[in-house]
Structure formats: structure tokens, C-alpha cells
Design a protein around this ligand. Sequence first.
Ligand code: PMP
Length: 428
Amino acid sequence: MNDEITVRLREDFPILSREVYGKTLVYLDNAATTQKPRCVVEAISDEYYNVNANVHRGVHFLSQQATELHEQSRETVRQFIGADSTSEIVFTRGTTESINLLASCLRQIGTLNAKENGCGNPQKKNAQREIIVSTLEHHSNIVPWQLNGFKVRPIPMIDNGMPDMDAYRLMFNENTALVAVTQVSNVLGTINPVKEIIRIAHDNNICVLIDGAQSTPHMKVDVKDMDCDFFAFSGHKIYGPTGVGVLYGKERLLEQLPPYQGGGEMIRNVSFELTTFNDLPYKFEAGTPDYVGTHSLAAALDYVTAVGMDCIHHHEQELYRYAVKQMMEIEGMVIYGVTDGQGQMLNADISECAGPISFKVGNIHHLDLGTLLDRLGIAIRTGHHCAEPLMHRLGIEGTARASFGLYNTFDEIDRFVAGIRRVAQMFG
Ligand code: PMP
């Protein structure tokens, strides 16, 4: 994507031309949430102005039209992630709820049959069941498992952020219930070798959940090619609305799970004595869904598809390499997972990275760095990024983090790097 295209795309995002503290905004907090193109905002207002009615319930025109839009959105998601069937696409409030759903349902049945006609992992009675995760996980892929009585076991991490695959191979035992790993780290930008992780889990008859919150916005995702059993992502991180997300699950596995919440829509018949449950995916969608959210999520997916996921990935990789190269020239710069603090690269090849950059400069506190950059109009994120266990592993409290989106430009990287230099000078 050359800068001319990026400049044209930026016109779709009105917020990018606003000023903060008298300076044009440089928005580099895309891993937290992305800005919304006009088509997404218009999909929301259009539905409220012209279509609004509850879905799956009414015989009247508006209800049928709203239902059609909602179900078309499910088809858009199916195509976007390459699933077999819309039965496999469960709408949730986001990645966090998708993982909570799976954790809660898995607690009830204990184990899943990873293989067709398999019998699951014959776990020991009363033993605490275990979830294997990577060290990089966001709290939302740790806490739901703990809340549901699982023991969370991290795969040891090597310094460049990659999982120690030899250690991983040895982690399976009779209590392993699931492997749940992020595809891209929201802190280090590391891309986990998910295909290999999944292959090894399947060899052990264990299913895998992939947290796609940070991968879906930046690269082409294909759940069938990956062969993951479950996949979760959030609308707001991929230029869509807040409050809506997806849990994909292989149909055969979703069938094995009990419902998540009770209420309207998820039932077939209800009596005071007995309730029977709806088909997939509605079994997991109790209550009125966020049908305006699903419709505008589809608008966002159509938008990125029209730009081209490969194009977006390539552009963000270039921004990443451009930023890392310049940042490395700043004295005292440490880029976590990328450099070792003495200016040496940990990864010989960063060509595949396109995620967030977590860094520190000398002894400047990340909060000071973030606050002073903000005064220059540059929005970055500071703190532990909801990944405290990773912070413990790195021996730090937090980092400054810059993360890119399809609309960021090389000029913005220049302003960002100049901003860091200015802050560094202020601190002597
Ligand atoms: N996983 C990862 C890797 C994330 O980066 C995030 C959000 N920062 C989440 C899960 C949670 O996403 P949400 O808050 O949209 O549910």
C-alpha cells in the first residue's frame, strides 16, 4: 500500500483529522482499539434510522429485514475467517466473552473429543484440569480459566517471545483439557507458531482455542487452514463496533458443549419441568443479540476485505520495520522481544512482525513517556497491557507500546520517533 492509498483511506476515518493539544492526532493505540470508518458508523445509524426491530421474533417486515441483515453478517464472518458453516459462528460481546463462554461450558463437561469418533482425554477423576497457554497471554485468556476451576500452565518463553516448543511437547498429561494461545501478542507483537502448536495438541488428542484479537485485524486468518478448534476475536479491534465479537468452533465440538447462558432464543421448548435447546449457533446466544453491532461488524469486515488483508499486512510490516530501524538508533532504547538492551537484535528476522512495539528508553518511566508524547499529539499505550504474567517474565512493571493500523503513515512514524527523541532529551 503506498502512502497515496493510505492518505485516501484516512479520509474514511474522520477522527484522524482532529487535533489534540493543537496538534494533528497521531493515533498509535490500535492494539487497544481501532478507529471506525464512515461505513461502519453509517451502518449503525442506518439500521437505527431505517430497520430497527428485534430479530428472529417478528413476522413483520422490519423484524424480517433486521433478521436478514443479522444472518447475512454471520455469513460475512464465516467467509472472513474461512469457516465451513454459519452454525460455527457464535456472536458474543468480544474476545473476552468468547473465552468465558468456552471456559464455562468446558467446565461442565470436562473434556472434548479432539478427534472425530475420539473419546477425549480420559482424565483422572477429581484431578484439577489444566489449560496450556503461552506466556504471552492477555488476562482474558487466563482469568476465565481460573474462575472456572482450571489450572493454567504456561509454556516457557524464550527471550524473543517465542514459546519453547520442546518444553511444550512435554506438557501434556491426563489432566490436560485444552490448549489456549494467542495468535499475536498484544505486547511483543510475537506471532505464535499456531499451526505447529495445534498439530502437537491434536497429536495428543487435545483441542485448541486461538485468541485472534490481535491477529484478525492485521493478517489473513483461515481457521480451516490453521485447523484450530475454536477461534475468538473482537469487532472493535478490526475497525468495527465495540461490544460485539465472535467465537468460532468446529460444529462437532460446539455440539458437545452445553449452553452458556439461559434465556430467549437459545431454547427450542420450555416448560416448568423441562427445557430443550435450540440448534447451533443459537444455543449459545441467549437474549436479544446486538444485531446493530453484528451488522456494522460485517460493514467493517467488508471494508478491510475491500482494502485487502494482504495489503494491510504488508503495509503494517513496512511501518513496523521502518519504526524499529529508527527507534534502534535512539540511545537507551530497548524494544522488548526484539532487542536485548545492548542494541543487539534477538530476532535475526523481523520481517514477519507487524504487531505492537513495546519499548522503554533508558530510565524514563513508561507513564512519563506516554504522557509527554500525548502532549505532542501522539497517542500510545502505557502499562502492563493486561499481561501481568508476561511483565513478571520480563522482570518489568510495564512498557510503552505503539501499535499500528491500516491508516498509519511513515510521516506519523517520523513524528513518533522525533517525539521520543524530544522526551529523551528532556530527561537528559
Ligand atoms: N486477547 C488479546 C490478545 C487482546 O489484545 C485483547 C484486548 N486487548 C483481548 C484478548 C480482549 O479483547 P476484548 O477486550 O475486546 O474482549
